[in-house]
Design a protein around this ligand. Structure first.
Ligand SMILES: [Zn+2]
Length: 492
């Protein structure tokens, strides 16, 4: 079926309704119900034991750290943590689920009633979070299609079985793919700040399923819901939702009925495909997990957990604007990751002008990292280096062109800024006669400032030093310039 583009109908006649389910792996050292390591990338099936293999007679023991991480994450998402929650068995068969059930939470989850604030077209908007619950991850199936007509092979790696997860379920209050993208970006940012997960999508520590339906604008009931599963980047989720909304509108518009089903997104084609319909959907036959007591997180424990809450991104943005005088936009970029914000603050505190640091980090540093596909951690230039370069530029000791060249060299040679500067710094001009000439020119060109100086405003000398530095293209020896200027003005 050819897809007719009818963007007008989305806003006017039809309204999309989106809810998101996000799974986040917690950064505990061991699994949720046994002592096995959670380390990513170990040889397959090396981090397993009778409990996470589901062998008969093995009993789960809850990892307290997983509870604390889950509660901290939930609190950061403005949820209320329930004093008592209950683990439940979610029964289904899948080769990477050796027990035949997953231990999750059902009607009594760990936390409820949270929200995330996003900036929608209409202004600030709150997206409700229905619940945050704790559960164990399943293993991983690795499919291989051999060449030469041999049969397909599937390998099972159970290292991931039993890694602690939180599932974060939103209310169906997201009204566009763009809002979904923003919600996910904010969610990831907040969770990363708490440190309970690295939210690394490539390693699967953050995974997202989207529920999307379309209804005629003004209708109260929801339309038939389609679940789009396992999309591995926020950009793809946005694309999958855009495609799906258009597809559903097309179906409704031509008088058809949208099937309630699960669909998979093919990122190469930018399309979703039906996977299984409601008729084949699972009945999970949930019941309380008999091997675990109800989970009690009392007030004292909750208070203890809350004490560990770091400053969250929204609050930090506000503080950076106030403290360093940078713009909201700059603060938004610089707080995108906690590490970046930490590093920015280190440099901003060390430098004369924080605004210049903000600009350098965004334009000169981030730009070069992005162009080379490097992470912040891999940057050859440290924040001390950034602070030093900012001060050199601030005093006019180096021009902005020279700063760019030095940054390029730092990236080429994989060396920090101070080392590069030491080697490549401009030859200093320390000849008193030559400097004297420049000083005379500067004084002659700025009679107003000279008058101010004579009237007693001695701080103007800083201005003159700056002008001499500029005139000498940053090559003048600043200490000597200062000395010569003092003498000259005193003799005047
Ligand atoms: Zn184990």
């Amino acid at each position: 079926m050819a897809m007719a583009h009818q963007p007008v109908t989305v806003g006017v006649q039809y309204e999309p309704v989106i809810g998101l389910e996000v799974h986040v792996q917690l950064l505990t050292a061991s699994k949720i119900f046994c002592g096995c390591s959670t380390r990513f990338g170990d040889p397959p099936n090396t981090n397993v034991c009778p409990t996470c293999l589901g062998l008969p007679g093995a009993l789960p023991v809850l990892n307290g750290r997983a509870v604390e991480f889950a509660a901290l994450g939930a609190m950061a998402l403005n949820c209320r943590v329930n004093a008592t929650s209950v683990f439940a068995r979610k029964n289904y068969f899948y080769p990477d689920l050796p027990k035949g059930y997953q231990i999750s939470q059902y009607d009594q989850p760990l936390a409820e009633h949270g929200h995330i604030e996003i900036v929608a077209r209409s202004g600030r908007k709150r997206i409700g979070i229905t619940r945050v619950h704790l559960e164990e991850d399943a293993g991983k199936s690795l499919h291989e299609i051999p060449s030469g007509g041999a049969a397909d092979v599937t390998y099972i790696d159970l290292n991931r079985a039993g890694v602690p997860l939180i599932e974060i379920v939103s209310e169906p209050e997201i009204s566009s793919p763009d809002e979904a993208y923003q919600y996910l970006t904010r969610l990831k940012e907040i969770i990363q700040y708490t440190g309970v997960s690295d939210c690394n999508m490539e390693e699967g520590s953050l995974r997202c399923d989207a529920n999307v339906s379309v209804r005629p604008r003004g209708q109260q009931e929801f339309g038939a819901k389609v679940e789009v599963k396992n999309v591995n980047s926020f950009r793809f989720i946005k694309q999958a939702l855009e495609y799906e909304i258009e597809r559903q509108i097309e179906v409704l518009h031509s008088g058809g009925r949208v099937e309630q089903e699960t669909r998979l997104f093919n990122s190469g084609e930018g399309k979703t495909y039906g996977m299984r319909s409601k008729e084949e959907a699972h009945d999970y036959r949930y019941f309380p997990e008999p091997d675990l007591l109800p989970l009690v997180v009392n007030d004292a424990w909750q208070a203890e957990i809350r004490d560990r809450m770091p400053e969250l991104p929204e609050a930090r943005r506000g503080r950076l604007v106030r403290e360093y005088g940078i713009t909201e936009y700059d603060a938004g970029v610089l707080t995108g990751r906690r590490e970046l914000a930490d590093q920015f603050e280190t440099a901003a505190r060390a430098a004369k002008n924080p605004k210049r640091v903000a600009n350098l980090v965004q334009s000169e540093l981030m730009g070069r990292l992005k162009a080379r596909g490097l992470e912040l951690e891999e940057s050859p230039i440290s924040m001390q280096g950034i602070a030093m370069s900012a001060d050199l530029a601030e005093t006019g000791a180096i021009s902005s062109k020279m700063l760019k060249d030095l940054y390029d060299l730092a990236f080429e040679r994989g060396q920090d800024f101070p080392a590069i500067y030491e080697k490549e710094k401009p030859q200093q001009l320390s000849d008193p006669t030559a400097l004297g000439r420049i000083i005379d020119e500067v004084l002659a060109a700025n009679p107003k400032q000279l008058e101010q100086y004579r009237a007693g405003k001695t701080t103007v000398i800083g201005f003159f030093v700056g002008q001499v530095m500029k005139a000498s293209k940053g090559q003048a020896n600043p200490a000597l310039v200062n000395e010569l200027l003092q003498k000259k003005l005193a003799a005047d």
